[in-house]
Write a protein that binds this ligand. Sequence first.
Ligand code: PEP
Ligand code: MG
Length: 868
Amino acid sequence: MDQPAELSIVEITPSAPVAALVHGWRAKCLQRLVRMDLPVPRSFAIPASAVRAIAAGRPLPAAELERLIAGTRGLVGVRPSAMDPEWGGPGTVLNVGMNAARHAELAQSLGVEAADALYRGFVQAYAIHVARLDPDMFSDPDATLADTLDSFQHETDEDFPQDPARQLVEVLRSMARAWEGPTARLLRQAKGAPADAPLGLVVQEMALALGPGVTGSGSIQFIDSLTGAPRITGRFRGQTQGSARRSDAETIYLTRDPRGLSLEEAAPAVFADLVRFGVAARERLKEEMQIEFVVADGHLSIIDAIRVQRSSRAAVRIAVGLARDGIIPPEQALMRVQPRALTDLLHHQVDPRAPRDIVTRGMPASPGAATGRIAFSAAAAQAAAARGEACVLVRRETLPEDIRGMHASVAVLTERGGMSSHAAVIARGLGLPCIVGASGIAIDPRARVMRAGDRLFREGEEITVDGTSGEVLAGAAAMLEPALDESFNQLLDWADAARSMKVRGNADTPEDARTARMFGAQGIGLVRTEHMFFDDERLPAMREMIFADRAEDRRLSLDRLLPMQRADFTALFRIMDGYPVTIRLFDPPLHEFLPHDREGMRELAESLDLPLSDVVRRVEALAEYNPMLGMRGVRLGITVPEIYEMQARAIFEAAVEVGRSGQGVVPEIMIPLVSAMREVELVRHRVEGIAAAVRAETRTEFDYRLGVMVETPRAALRAGDIAEHCAFLSFGTNDLTQMTYGLSRDDAARFMGSYVGQGVYAEDPFHILDREGVGELVLIGTGRARAHRPGITVAMCGEHAGNPESIAFCQRAGLDYVSCSPFRVPVARLAAAQEAIRQRLAESVGPESGLESGAGPDDWFGPGMKIR
Ligand code: PEP
Ligand code: MG
């Protein structure tokens, strides 16, 4: 009887119907290697549908199993082949088919020791992964083959199965079931896999890595995983295959090395072939690949290839390198870099020109450099952070409970551990400079000292961790600003060419503005002016204004603030040099500027020369039950109009001053917390009056644009008539989320974990824009505003505007720009470009393409980005 096509096993030949979506990425990748004529052992792909059936208890149809057995000679290895390489899969099982008869044959051809090691290795793997026996019983490297077979018999009351077909069926079943298990499911879901992610399997004839001559297994890559620079790295282990090894097994270098023997010298032809294959694989697979290989008595087999693991920095350099070499188009390079990864490139570096007082060296586990005071425990690090001190967490090695200490530190240094140790992995995730395995230091946590040679460092002393070079330096080293290297700039130049939506920065200070410019912001989309009033110099005038009963007195206090505000705006306009600057008028409730304790009120009474009781009364009078829904934003602008008048005047006078020095500037004034059209009308009227006055006084013409911050649901719903009175709208999604959910942005963290954990909210809506609710208000507001005023500028400036998923939403919603914190500007530039590319692709291939707008970046073999 014919098998249903979806259960059919396919031999991986150049023309076989192998598809990543059916057979998984590994099967597809192997087919590409086969098409390149590389020496790949005979391989078969089992489709995901068949693997699912096996997991459900329906074994492979007999005919398929027979085909598999008949198609392979000797032993086989079984490897997982998920749809996405990042999703992992059950461990590979090698040498399936090994039994007494094969052992006898191999003892003849490869020698007894090799045959023993291969058989023992398979029995151990089978015992642990298939028979699910206690791993401790089968992990003794000194156990003989006879011991291992005895242990198996003892534990199962059965002899080790000798039938290769039965062995294969059992291995397939255990791998299929392992994929369905809860642990594997959770692990892959954490990497973005859907709950029902499919798994294919690959069955491949073994190329044996134990035997006479130059024989062994290894992996090679042609790029440095950390920096992305061209460099051959990897390993070659003679007489070793997985856990099976001969007593003379040894690791040798790949390339010529003064420290010892290398494959390049031992087998030059094999090495030359590997390099040739590496170059070809890069071009044909359009990726930097790590190639797994076996050498058997000088004969090379390529058994697998996977994408090279890479740091964020390397990801950018690799993608740009491939595009520059014409291997992929720039747009595809853009799709290959996770926008968030760019943040890692924005770190400080130790200035290479400055003197370096090197204390010791370790492994450079996470790039960037930082200076801080030594803290020998997580608690000490947290205490230092609470005091506002930068600290470096120095530990023998870190444990999960150190995570808070790591969060509180600017860098991490450990005595032990490797590139994938806890400290290294977590630090990379947090973007902290990190050095691990610094074996030249000896930490005494009780005495709270660290020795490095004859030098002694105590807790609290300053050191610098250079996570890029792996060097620990004494004291504070001179730093270079984050290295926006050539690849980074090239990628972002391509992003700028690919995107239509603009990106601005939120900036309140000249420093913020300069950072935003350095990162390519096309203007400032939000200046929160109230931050400027907390300054010691300004607070007294602000408080005086709050205490004034009459408008004239308020004006007198505000007159003292006017020159300071004008200087603030002048500085921002000059730095932004013609790019738009959106200044939001005063927003917070006034009570935020008043003291809340008795001592503070007493001091205030003294400085204002008022009785304490007056101050207390005033503070109490300004208190509100719900200040965030109270007298703030435009409500203050309407009821205490002098503040907005002063600010408008400062903005216009600054524009005139900057304009006179030849720099163009068109200030944008934004009104916060609007909920009714009349509010805009009233403020507009007053602002027009101030503009006319400043024009007359300075005899200078200037333009400005008035806009509204849409951060109440009502403003979004009434965006049509609000648009009549303004030139732009900017969604303030922090408040809009707060008000749409009726959820305090300052208190929600208390239960957000529980809400997200129980699936009440898919994500924290203050972190990732809620597309269904808040997003609908954004769409409604945008649509209604544009219907009334087609050319109106629509933007977003809440925190969401720096989040890649939310930026993708803004691009699809057709917003004109997003404005986010300066360090997120590069992320936003890339995220906006990626979504624009996705949109263009979806348009060109149509809705049937399976390319969901808003999906993550191309996953190498992902739909819509197929490599042929
Ligand atoms: C907002 O509400 O989204 C916003 C940008 O303003 P703020 O965070 O200052 O309230
Ligand atoms: Mg707001």
